[in-house]
Ligand binder design. Structure first.
Ligand code: NDP
Length: 249
């Protein structure tokens, strides 16, 4: 069964880590991709790699905190491929620290990207999905969206918000009969650039050690994205938790 073939899928946070791995995985299975993140050079090289293997991908430099950038992705999907079938709201930041460090700029950045970025993506795609009575919205929350741990308080708050928003979206869509599907993914330690952007030194050292001990390749999360997208139209698999077998929390 390949329900991914020819689906037009927008991926935010496609320039590295989980988004990049999802791009390659979905391209292998015949999806037509719209790749989004801020670093255009990275997107270009990923799109070129996909095209070199016979896949289809376009890209656009995007800041998910700007509503108009999200709308432009939907327009790009329609102009390049004629429609949009799915969006993977994956862009995110994790510059964690204890609240007492008062890294308020990082608190705001996480709220802007991890929460408002997801809402902007939903707002951009929802009118199209409602009109066509189909569409799949996937988002990357985190195990931090299921638990709270010291040093990760604001990040956890943003990822709990993603869980709540996606569950509300699922229920509202079902009640409205729009046929829109949702999937929320809760990864634990996965290899990516996420930890590189932690600025609080002691937090950074702790996370580095955790990730060096446990992390699994981002491709494992991409497998879950593909699994969700591949389900038949009448089936919504709404939540997945995925992480290293050995990670004890
Ligand atoms: P990476 O840092 O490798 O990827 C983050 C992606 O988000 C990059 O492509 C980055 O691209 C993009 N991004 C950041 N800010 C913006 C912005 N303002 N606008 C558009 N794109 C942006 O980390 P991951 O792959 O790990 O992260 C992907 C998602 O997975 C995140 O939501 C993260 O919270 C979540 N997650 C990751 C886990 C892990 O262990 N790795 C565990 C649980 C959840 P660019 O800089 O080019 O804009």
């Amino acid at each position: 069964m390949n329900n991914i073939q020819n689906k037009v899928v927008i991926i935010t946070g496609a320039s590295s880590g989980i988004g990049e791995a999802a791009a390659y995985k979905l391209a292998e299975q015949g999806a037509k991709l719209v790749l989004a993140a801020r670093r255009e050079d990275k997107l270009k090289s990923i799109a070129n790699n996909i095209k070199a293997k016979g896949g289809e991908a376009v890209f656009r430099s995007t800041d998910v905190t700007k509503p108009e950038d999200n709308t432009a992705l939907v327009e790009l999907a329609k102009s390049a491929f004629g429609r949009v079938d799915a969006i993977f709201l994956n862009a995110g930041l994790m510059p964690s620290s204890p609240l007492s460090a008062l890294e308020t700029n990082n608190w705001n950045a996480m709220i802007d990207v991890n929460i408002k970025g997801v809402l902007n993506g939903i707002a951009a795609v929802l009118p199209t999905f409602e009109a066509q009575k189909s569409g799949h919205i996937l988002a990357t929350s985190s195990v931090a969206g299921l638990k709270v741990y010291p040093g990760g308080t604001v990040y956890c708050g943003t990822k709990w918000a993603v869980k709540a928003i996606m569950e509300g979206l699922r229920i509202e869509s079902a009640q409205a009969g729009t046929n829109i599907r949702t999937a929320t993914i809760y990864p634990a330690a996965v290899q990516s650039e996420l930890v590189d952007h932690i600025t609080d030194n002691s937090t950074s050292a702790g996370y580095r050690q955790l990730y060096d001990t446990y992390e699994i390749p981002a491709e494992r999360v991409a497998n879950v994205v593909a699994f969700a997208l591949n389900q038949p139209e009448d089936t919504n698999i709404s939540e997945f938790t995925i992480g290293p077998t050995a990670q004890p929390w």
